[in-house]
Write a protein that binds this ligand. Structure first.
Ligand code: ADP
Length: 370
């Protein structure tokens, strides 16, 4: 756990503090993204944690230990540090770069080399191919991955990441972010992450700390920041499309109507129409004998028609799974020009409906809560 308690920094020969009485706690295993415009004090705040910058006042604790009372060399070795410039040693191999801190800590060589291979595996880089390469033989994205592995090689509980993916092209940045989140799900480090990119923050953060002129103006989960920005500064900063951004954080399951009405092939169209009318629905899904989504019937087609559903149904343009995010759901609806989707589980079993109206209603309800 990282805890900042009324931490301030005023640089020499300046009058206004670069960081002004910031207090925040990052629970163990969470990612806190420090976010805000350039010059708002994010990097200074982060660098005070490993004492690259000494606070003017206030205290910082890591797992309950006051960092001011910890030997600075020991402190830095217990904190992984990833920077945008990567800073790999050009004359060392990938293996030796990853092992820098374990070597400094005097780990057994065999143990640290085995660890390097294991870490490469974790980011899908073949140890056989990469361990003995030099940094200049790697792409920028690969170098950044090695930078991250180096920071976690000695298994420090805390990681500081200073715009770690800022220099990587947008396509590879998304890949590395996803990879990093997968890795974090396994290693559960407590992380302070500096970014000026709201999309990156929404994606990476368990909590976002928004700074303005050295002050912490809001510290909340991404969804709360997007749904309930604390003031105009925050709402301007997160952008006019904050509702669309929220869709990425919510899943189909959050908006899905469960235990939905359905029809079977042998049912009459009259019964299908009655069921739809009873639920106020314009369409209903046809399921197979074991419950797989097979098609649908519209109220318009069923009303007044005779015969069975088997004779008069349409095929589903597409389906969606409950774990997918709502941005994907809405985008799928737009792509197929429909206002609802049938939700199916991994086996194709029909489990619910998600509708455009249901999604907008859910979003507006959470806005009202605040
Ligand atoms: P951010 O990371 O949010 O862009 P910084 O933490 O780097 O912002 O900087 C916060 C403020 O402190 C800025 O006004 C910056 O100019 C100032 N600052 C940063 N480092 C120093 C320094 N070494 N000496 C004087 N002022 C500094």
């Amino acid at each position: 756990m990282i805890r900042l308690d009324h931490v301030s920094k005023t640089f020499a020969n300046t009058t206004t503090p670069a960081v002004d009485r910031v207090s925040l706690q990052v629970p163990e295993g969470e990612i806190c993204v420090l976010l805000g415009p350039s010059g708002c004090g994010k990097t200074t705040t982060m660098k005070m944690v490993n004492r690259l910058i000494e606070p003017s006042s206030g205290e910082i604790f890591i797992d309950g230990r006051n960092t001011a009372e910890t030997d600075v060399v020991q402190l830095r070795r217990s904190i992984g540090y990833v920077i945008q410039q990567i800073g790999l040693f050009p004359n060392k191999t990938v293996e030796d770069n990853i092992c820098i801190v374990p070597d400094l800590l005097g780990w057994d060589r065999r143990k640290s080399r085995a660890r390097a291979a294991e870490l490469l595996d974790m980011v899908a880089l073949d140890p056989g191919a990469f361990l003995h390469r030099y940094p200049k033989e790697l792409s920028g994205g690969q170098q950044q991955r090695i930078g991250v592995l180096r920071a976690i090689a000695a298994d420090p509980p805390v990681l500081l990441m200073d715009e770690p993916f800022g220099a990587i092209d947008p396509i590879n940045r998304v890949i590395i972010q996803d990879e990093f989140l997968k890795m974090q799900a396994k290693i559960r480090k407590t992380i302070l992450f500096v970014s000026h990119d709201i999309d990156e923050a929404v994606k990476m953060a368990d909590r976002i700390a928004i700074f303005r002129d050295g002050k912490l103006v809001q510290y909340d989960t991404p969804d709360t920041i997007l749904a309930h920005p604390a003031n105009n500064f925050v709402s301007d900063f997160v952008g006019g499309d904050r509702t669309l951004k929220r869709l990425q954080l919510l899943t189909v399951r959050d908006a899905m109507m469960e235990e939905p009405p359905r029809v079977r092939a042998a049912d009459s169209l009259q019964d299908a129409a009655k069921t739809m009318e009873a639920h106020g629905h314009q369409a209903i899904v046809l399921v197979g004998p074991r419950g797989r989504a097979r098609g649908y019937v519209t109220l318009q087609a069923a009303r007044g028609a005779s015969g069975s559903v088997a004779e008069n149904h349409e095929s589903l343009p597409t389906t969606i799974q409950p774990h997918e995010d709502l941005r994907t759901a809405v985008s799928t609806m737009f792509r197929h020009d429909v206002s609802w989707l049938a939700c199916v589980d991994g086996d194709g079993m029909f489990v619910g409906y998600v509708t455009l109206r249901g999604i907008t209603r859910m979003l507006s309800e959470t806005y009202r809560e605040g």
